[in-house]
Design a protein around this ligand. Structure first.
Ligand SMILES: [Zn+2]
Length: 64
């Protein structure tokens, strides 16, 4: 979905340099309206409104 502008790869760290756990990461992105479509990519997030519409977006059928 990167090629369609609907995906972000990121890592989050505390000020002390410690990386957030996957659970903490998931909680924050959920609050921000994102989700992780792929379990094996802990860093890859997409807007929740694209959930279930990835095929549509990929075929450019999204009009709204
Ligand atoms: Zn990605």
């Amino acid at each position: 979905m990167h090629n369609y502008g609907y995906a972000i790869d990121l890592a989050m760290y505390y000020r002390n340099g410690k990386k957030l756990s996957q659970t903490e990461f998931d909680k924050i992105i959920e609050e921000a309206g994102f989700y992780r479509p792929m379990d094996y990519e802990g860093w890859h997030i997409e807007p929740i409104y694209t959930k279930g519409r990835r095929k549509q977006i990929a075929s450019n059928d999204i009009v709204d």
